[in-house]
Design a protein around this ligand. Structure first.
Ligand SMILES: Nc1nc2c(c(=O)[nH]1)N[C@@H](CN(C=O)c1ccc(C(=O)N[C@@H](CCC(=O)O)C(=O)O)cc1)CN2
Ligand SMILES: [Mg+2]
Length: 281
């Protein structure tokens, strides 16, 4: 019977900790405000943007939301980002992904001031992570580390397999596990013996974007399984990249979808926003 890794509870704990810390910073005259830009009206993105706004309000920082129409040009978006970069009262900026196809996400991300890049996607922040220097770390991978640590799951010396190599999860996840002294294997669409590699994992982190792809035959008895996937069926029921019912009996610990990694993304975004209060003079 696997231990259920309760991201909903842990994210709430973190937001309560941050709420108390924000109150202390505000007593010392410090403020923070997060600007969230959404282009288009993707329903899932609208849920996440709404949850980010609610989290800002809960912990006591400002939130500015910009909902731009799908046909917004890349130039118009870049102009808005430049405006927000220049606004002293805006301490964090994020552009909700994915963007419409006519925009270059990498170019848009590079336009955000790295000091306000609370998503941790800017090459300067990713570079800092690579070489072990200070910078914003992307929220989902940071949330997974927090889930493991707050559940006393040992990382040092363990074999961690990351399934997927995206810029916002897989790659930073591998780097963070390396920083925690895990032995890391990153798999991807060109990996030929995926099942055998996954079965070697003490900690299996699945961010492949394929609904319930990871079944019991990919999992070693006693492994810790972290499911980053999020899929909705026609009845709006959520599932992950892991076939939970099949894998749960094998695992020593597992994250559910919903209620696992997802809420941690929001909590760690809030932590990055409060980080701007810790380091402003
Ligand atoms: N600019 C960004 N865009 C995207 C990011 C990101 O970190 N920055 N990550 C994902 C989406 N995401 C945050 O934006 C996100 C996804 C899921 C959840 C979450 O709480 N999921 C819940 C279920 C919520 C629901 O009802 O759908 C759960 O898993 O329990 C939060 C944030 C891509 N875009
Ligand atoms: Mg692209």
């Amino acid at each position: 019977m696997a231990k259920l890794i309760d991201g909903k509870r842990i994210s709430a704990e973190i937001k309560d900790e941050l709420k108390r810390e924000v109150a202390e910073w505000k007593e010392k005259g410090k403020e923070a405000a997060l600007a969230v830009i959404q282009v288009g009206n993707d329903p899932a993105s609208s849920v996440y943007v709404r949850n980010k706004k609610r989290a800002c309000e809960y912990i006591g920082i400002g939130s500015l939301n910009y909902e731009l129409p799908e046909e917004t040009t890349e130039a118009e978006l870049l102009d808005l980002i430049a405006e927000l970069n220049a606004k002293k009262e805006v301490s964090g900026i994020l552009v909700q992904l994915p963007l419409p196809k006519h925009m270059d996400e990498d170019k848009v991300i590079r336009a955000i001031d790295p000091a306000k890049d609370v998503d941790g996607f800017h090459p300067q922040n990713v570079g800092a992570l690579v070489i072990g220097q200070k910078g914003f770390v992307s929220c989902t991978p940071a949330g997974i580390i927090e889930l493991l640590k707050r559940n006393d799951i040992e990382i040092d010396g363990k074999h961690c397999v990351v399934v997927g190599r995206s810029n916002i999860v897989g790659k930073p996840m591998a780097l963070l596990m390396l920083r925690e002294n895990a032995t890391v294997t990153v798999t991807h669409s060109h990996t030929t013996n995926l099942k055998e590699i996954c079965k070697q994992a003490d900690i299996l982190i699945v961010a492949i974007g394929k609904n319930q792809f990871i079944t019991a035959d990919y999992v070693k008895e006693g492994a810790v399984v972290i499911d980053v996937g999020i899929h909705r069926d026609e009845n709006n029921k959520l599932s992950g990249d892991v076939k939970f019912d099949e894998v749960e009996p094998l695992a020593s610990a597992i994250t559910p979808v919903p209620g696992g990694v997802g809420p941690m993304t929001i909590a760690m975004l809030m932590n990055n926003c409060v980080e701007t209060m810790r380091y402003t003079i």
